[in-house]
Design a protein around this ligand. Structure first.
Ligand SMILES: Nc1nc2c(ncn2[C@@H]2O[C@H](COP(=O)(O)OP(=O)(O)OP(=O)(O)O)[C@@H](O)[C@H]2O)c(=O)[nH]1
Ligand SMILES: [Mg+2]
Length: 306
């Protein structure tokens, strides 16, 4: 049997479950997930290798408006992923559109237009079907999507409950072009481990901080060392914020917030690395960090070829 290999762009509105879906497809966490929109900030690569296929998934930021240069690089990550893809995979939050069909055009207009003008294969994933019992509610949405884009496959899943995931893996593999594998069988991502560690810290910050605070912070790994005496990996993470007020909120009363975030992040980092980890977090004010292209590049928020 010939090998199939290609890039699959996960695209769609914020919070649709693109990152949850990618982790479910891979059976491992390569990208962070939170209930807040605009969690993903750049293109994240997740590689699914099977006996006769290799799907290179591109997770992307949600299609929406954010401010400044970070928003530019986020948008670039979306359109760049769209350009690179062999297979286009919009992900929609089914629960929203079964109730508000008219919102599809509002949220997805430009993306649907781009897909209509394109000839590449499309699988539209309608996610979060665990949230409603009556699956016939999906029919008007499916009808409309089919009318707009007859060549698209429509596929309902629950990424959270892994419902439909094995079948979706098969469908993706079949839609890829015939081509040799690009990455070794055991490679899961192209992002360095350091980046994923910073992301796991950011995930906990997103979970515990509210309003505008998560959107005004960035995480960088300053130092990463193996301690020969204890066998631990010592990691120093630096959390950048735009205002002293946010620094105080992240640290919390007597350091309690930062302690909780550090302890939860450390547990996940230990699972990822399979090693004992000593994690130290510091918070630093750096005004307008999101406007500094060199800094965004250092943080890994601008992909090499962007
Ligand atoms: N009930 C339910 N919730 C889901 C499902 N998939 C994702 N979620 C939840 O939806 C929220 C957003 O998930 P993400 O995977 O971060 O969404 P995203 O599309 O990557 O979001 P951005 O990165 O912000 O664009 C999280 O709270 C997930 O747990 C699903 O199938 N069912
Ligand atoms: Mg995401």
């Amino acid at each position: 049997m010939e090998n199939r290999c290609g890039r699959v762009a996960l695209l769609g509105p914020p919070n649709a479950g693109k990152s949850t879906l990618l982790n479910a497809l891979l059976g491992q966490k390569v990208t962070i997930v939170t209930p807040k929109p605009q969690t993903t900030r750049t293109q994240i690569v997740g590689i699914l290798s099977e006996e006769n296929s290799q799907a290179i998934f591109l997770d992307t930021p949600g299609l929406a408006q954010v401010r400044g240069r970070l928003s530019k690089t986020m948008n670039m990550a979306i359109w760049e992923s769209l350009r690179q893809a062999d297979l286009l995979m919009p992900v929609l939050d089914g629960q929203i559109y079964v109730r508000h069909l008219e919102q599809v055009a509002e949220d997805l207009g430009p993306l649907m237009q781009a897909l209509i003008e394109d000839t590449r294969p499309v699988i539209i994933v309608v996610n979060k079907i665990d949230l409603f019992a009556d699956k016939s509610l999906l029919l008007p949405l499916f009808d409309m999507l089919h009318k707009d884009l007859p060549r698209a496959e429509l596929f309902p899943v629950s990424a959270l409950e892994k419902d439909g995931i094995p079948k979706l893996r098969e469908l993706v593999a079949q839609a890829l072009p015939i081509a040799p594998r690009e990455y070794p069988l055991d490679q899961l991502s192209t992002q360095p481990e350091r980046f994923l560690v910073a992301e796991l810290i950011r995930e906990k910050l997103f979970l515990y901080l509210h309003q505008e605070v998560p959107y005004n912070l960035a995480v960088d790994i300053e130092n990463w060392e193996e301690c020969a005496a204890t066998g631990q990996i010592v990691i120093n993470g630096l959390i950048y914020v735009t205002k002293p007020m946010y620094k105080a909120m992240i640290i919390g009363h007597g350091g309690s917030m930062l302690k909780k975030i550090g302890s939860e992040a450390r547990q996940e980092i230990q699972t990822l690395l399979g090693r004992k980890v000593h994690l130290e977090l510091w918070v630093k004010v750096r005004d307008h960090w999101y406007e500094d292209p060199a800094f965004l590049r250092d943080l890994g928020l601008v992909a090499e070829d962007m």
